[in-house]
Design a protein around this ligand. Structure first.
Ligand SMILES: *Cc1c(COP(=O)(O)O)cnc(C)c1O
Length: 439
């Protein structure tokens, strides 16, 4: 039985605000995907978040699977995190000097993560990656970087590049304003092909400073890699004296306290964090062995600094959040809930013969409009994004909020209860019925 079609939500107020915003911000937004360019309607202005729900300026409430793009593993406005922020604010908001919450957060991470002996806090994931790349270049004295197509590492100049037509090509910028000379410092390879990585290293090893990868690529769909591929990268980096950088801005603290490095038990030379580490405040970090971090200023010659780095309010938020994540069973419970949620929707898709699957790991999931496992960016069929667009709209009408692009993943938080997820799974099934039964 096809589900009834809910009536469209009102977006009158959001539409008005968006018109106003377009007069002051490029595209009306502070970050491009927020503009809803790949889905229907104006973006929703969010006025409140609580637990797993957000409320927009028109008074619509949604169960949120975007989670501010990943940071909110505890859900919105978690009382413990909120109290920690309020308490920190009472003491002032910034000192530009060492502070206690910074030390406590640093110690907590180093104590609980085998892959980080020393850490440096910055203010965003982009900054973390940019600094990790500089460190790798400073340590190795080499300048080129290998990255993988479909992995996003923030808007760092040398990493905003995509392969040309050949397989192992030097990059061309995917943004205006990136000098060709910078893009040429980056080699872009497809995921899931270690033979090609070896070939490339063989040819360019004297110039390659680092291999950077999202060990759980989650910015271009969820392109789950075989552990063997990541292990090959570890081996090849050693063999050719390049450093292995795991960009764990999404996967860090998401699939476990030790992130993907712990999940796969593979030691990266440098690891970058962002998103969850700030408990919803702007924080990033990079970490490595004591020896490698010894190259960072003021101990070493690799300069990197930040006026608001280690901001006490942001550190207090991160600290409060991470303490929650350290509670025994936290990740197991979250993964189990996610499995049940995605499993319920997948079962419905199989029964109905819909060509949709829900690849997932930990509490990350993706709506994949394909029945096969997709492991590299070029396997995604861009034509199927029209289906995502339809799904996104009908989900909004059913009070479910997903990130506004079919290339984005969804996140389940600790604040989603079993009841919320059962309700959401039914709404998803109804929405998929609506998308696939229209004609
Ligand atoms: C989000 C993200 C970044 C960039 O972080 P910002 O805080 O947005 O600058 C870098 N790498 C990965 C893997 C990310 O998911």
């Amino acid at each position: 039985m096809p589900q009834e079609h809910p009536s469209p939500i009102s977006r009158t107020r959001s539409a008005q605000l968006f018109e106003q915003a377009k007069a002051v911000f490029p595209g009306g937004v502070s970050s491009p995907v927020r503009a809803f360019k790949s889905v229907n309607g104006p973006p929703l202005f969010i006025v409140k978040g609580d637990g797993c729900r957000i409320t927009d300026a028109d008074g619509n409430t949604f169960v949120d699977f975007c989670g501010s793009w990943g940071p909110l593993i505890l859900g919105h406005n978690h009382p413990v995190v909120r109290e920690a922020i309020l308490e920190a604010v009472h003491n002032g908001t910034s000192f530009g000097a060492p502070s206690l919450p910074e030390l406590e957060l640093g110690e907590l991470i180093v104590r609980n993560n085998r892959f980080v002996e020393k850490i440096r806090f910055v203010s965003s994931g982009t900054e973390a990656v940019m600094s990790a790349i500089r460190l790798a270049r400073g340590v190795t004295g080499k300048s080129k970087i290998i990255k993988f197509e479909g992995c996003y590492h923030g808007h760092v100049d040398s990493l905003m590049v995509k392969a040309g037509s050949g397989l192992a090509t030097f990059g061309v910028g995917t943004s205006a304003g990136i000098p060709e000379a910078f893009a040429r410092e980056t080699l872009v390879l497809p995921l899931n092909d270690d033979a090609l990585v070896q070939e490339t290293l063989e040819r360019h090893s004297h110039e390659i400073a680092a291999i950077i990868i999202e060990p759980i690529p989650a910015n271009n769909g969820l392109l789950l890699q075989h552990a063997a591929f990541l292990e090959a990268l570890r081996r090849l980096a050693d063999q050719y004296q390049a450093l292995l950088i795991f960009d764990e801005v999404i996967s860090g603290f998401r699939v476990g306290i030790e992130g993907a490095a712990g999940y796969f038990n593979i030691r990266p030379d440098i690891v970058t964090y962002g998103k969850i580490i700030g408990g919803g405040m702007p924080v990033g970090a990079y970490g490595a062995s004591k020896e490698l971090m010894g190259h960072v200023a003021p101990d070493g010659p690799v300069y990197q600094a930040g006026t608001l780095s280690g901001n006490p309010v942001a550190m207090a938020a991160g600290l409060a959040a991470l303490k929650q994540l350290l509670q025994p069973g936290f990740y197991e419970a979250l993964e189990e809930k996610t499995n049940r949620f995605t499993g319920a929707i997948e079962t419905h898709c199989r029964e109905q013969g819909y060509p949709v699957r829900f690849p997932h790991i930990g509490s990350i999931f993706w709506v994949s409009f394909s029945e096969s496992s997709i492991r590299s960016a070029e396997e995604i069929d861009p034509k199927r994004m029209d289906d995502f667009k339809a799904l996104h709209q009908t989900l909004l009408n059913r009070q479910i909020y997903l990130g506004p692009s079919g290339y984005e993943v969804g996140f389940v938080s600790a604040a989603h209860t079993e009841a919320d997820l059962e309700w959401a799974a039914r709404a998803f099934c109804g929405a998929l019925d609506e998308v696939f039964m229209v004609d």
